[in-house]
Design a protein around this ligand. Sequence first.
Ligand code: ADE
Length: 352
Amino acid sequence: MDVQFEHEKLKEWFLAEKRELPWRNNPDPYAVWISEVMLQQTQVAVVLPYFLRWMELFPTIPALASASLDEVIKAWEGLGYYSRARNLHEGARYLVAHFEGQLPSDEEQLAKIKGLGPYTIGAILSFAFHQKKAAVDGNVLRVLARYFQIEEDIAKASTVKKIRALTESFLPDEEPWIVGEALIELGATVCQRKAQCGECPLQAGCRSFRHGLVDQLPIKSRAAKTEHLYRAVAVIQSAGYFLVKRGKKGEIMSDLYEFPFFETARDGMTPQQLQRHINSQFGLSVKAGQSLPSVEHGFTRYQARLDPVIFACAHRLAVPDLEWLDVEALKQRAFSSGHRRIFQGLQALIDG
Ligand code: ADE
């Protein structure tokens, strides 16, 4: 394919304007792997402190492999989409077992690692191993759908595949990885959803700009609609211990801690109704106390409203699937982000 693309202009712009980010400038493959997985669905500003802390906690693949899953999940706490952390951990163990703790530079071998898809594989091969490979994420799809006026649905795998092939056809032989990362940077900082065409080094060759279509492209079919959830959350305490549940394997919150809760209708339930639920379902005898402020919690396609109420319980009886932990132990555990905020509210109350 002979495609006209102004990669020289893009490269010049990138070298002058790029953000200094800790995973840039000759990164090692492990740093590319971690940063690119963190950057999926997550903004650079959010990722930065997580990335720096992660590299201190787990500086190498063997260090990550020898950490416990709980330590890894704790380091990810708040980033969401926790399967990413579990896959990194599993991937590190796989690499220690099969590749002496190093990432291979071969596409097929990389594809065998849990959680690595074409984007992350492209990024590792390009940014770390300097191969002529495309790393096509949402930023690059937006830039190229506009530049080449591609009026196909970018939510479709066939469109992504086509744009990946197109990218590899115009990447230069010399330093292709710089153009690859420049495409991401342009999408992240200039060719954003609301494009700043006045700042764009590619404006002259951009077909959508020429045809006044920048605001219409790319075309992306909508993801599943958000589902609202309403949850009455039981913060049950007994002499400094709290009853919590650890998400089971395969559940949406697997390995994360939450207070027990009951699904309700939109208007919630009263503390007395919640008290009856707790007593009948957990075989406890609790008394309702103070309500804590409601917390909004978005995860995957859900938007949950959490309505927490504190309950006092005289005896720490065992409840199937739940555990009693004291505050110090709870501080060490990774909570889902909604329940973490409930725990923070609770700590503020305890600390006065
Ligand atoms: N988003 C995804 N990958 C990125 C990268 N390498 N730099 C900046 N933003 C990104």
